[in-house]
Design a protein around this ligand. Sequence first.
Ligand code: SF4
Length: 385
Amino acid sequence: MSFFDVLQQYPAADLVARVDRVEDADIERALSRTRPSIDDYLCLLSPRISDVQLETMAGLAHRVTMQRFGRTIRLYAPLYLSNHCSNGCLYCGFSADNRGLVRKTLNDREIVREAEHLRRLGFRDILLLTGEAPKFAGLDYLEHAVRLVAPMFSSLSIEVFPLTRAGYRRLVDAGVDGLTLYQETYDQGLYPEFHPYGPKKDFRFRLEGPERGGEAGIRMLGIGALLGLGDFVTDAFYTGLHARYLMHRFWRSQVSVSFPRLRPAEGGFRPRSVVDDRQLAQLICALRLLLPDAGLVLSTRESARLRDNLLPLGITRMSAGSRTAPGAYEGHRDQGEQFSVSDLRSPDEVRKVVAGNGYDVVWKDWDGAFTAGRHENRHGGTGIP
Ligand code: SF4
């Protein structure tokens, strides 16, 4: 049974009705469980949660994270390969409707220059991103880019358009070990409104992308909803349900959840609903209690102050020093960003703050050393002059 079938078993109207009925006792019961059920998780997302209950949940989430992950935070950086896109996502600066954006797809030399920049900063874990424009940056381009930079890093993830299982397999063979694919919103009624045209219109193909990636052997699967697009509680619930499904089905893979909140982007989209800091903290804690072993990822979309405050609640991985335009690390700032970064600190500043809070900063994914295939010690230059 695919996650699409699972999703149909939890109609949004039923969830909303259940949340309306949540009482203090339900939240207390959920907080007392060693392993909260999916219904407990829904109760923990309730807007009825009191400050005292939230405080309790934060303490529990911190404890569980310490038990499972210790005091470690993995740092990674995004590397944008292309901002060409044939989709019209209303909230994204790369949307095909954004006619004023200067479009760019990095060539070999530029890709390597960006990668070397990130390597010099200390990163060994990077995320390659593109829009969805097969003419400019399709699967062949992506596979080539992966082969160019894979020898330079210990972990290489992609955040690109959804692929078939065979497509993911090609990228795994080239050196990819992680996949991030946000569903944006799990609301099947709302989804077409935000994705009015282009291949991304296909809700189900996107939803089942992480499953195809898992089947292809990708060992780190990342999901998330773009918070602010749909109803907070239902999208937060479906995100947890989705992560739990992937963890059960792909038990050899590390499943992680990100919490992107809508940020102002080129094109001027403003979120319909605002997910506030309290709700974001509530979601992080509730997910940690539902899924003690899931990776929880926080990007530079959030402010430095908030990221520092959320750190102890269960975060295991953070981006740092991010640029969201292709070629931006080496100075091509005029190409247009996908969204505005809020935490503008350098990777070293982030490292110091994280270390100052008593955490070990991990730049490198050691698991990669034990998987067949790419390892950092294969780095011997890229062949690009
Ligand atoms: S969110 Fe992705 S698919 Fe949509 S417009 Fe932006 S880059 Fe393209």
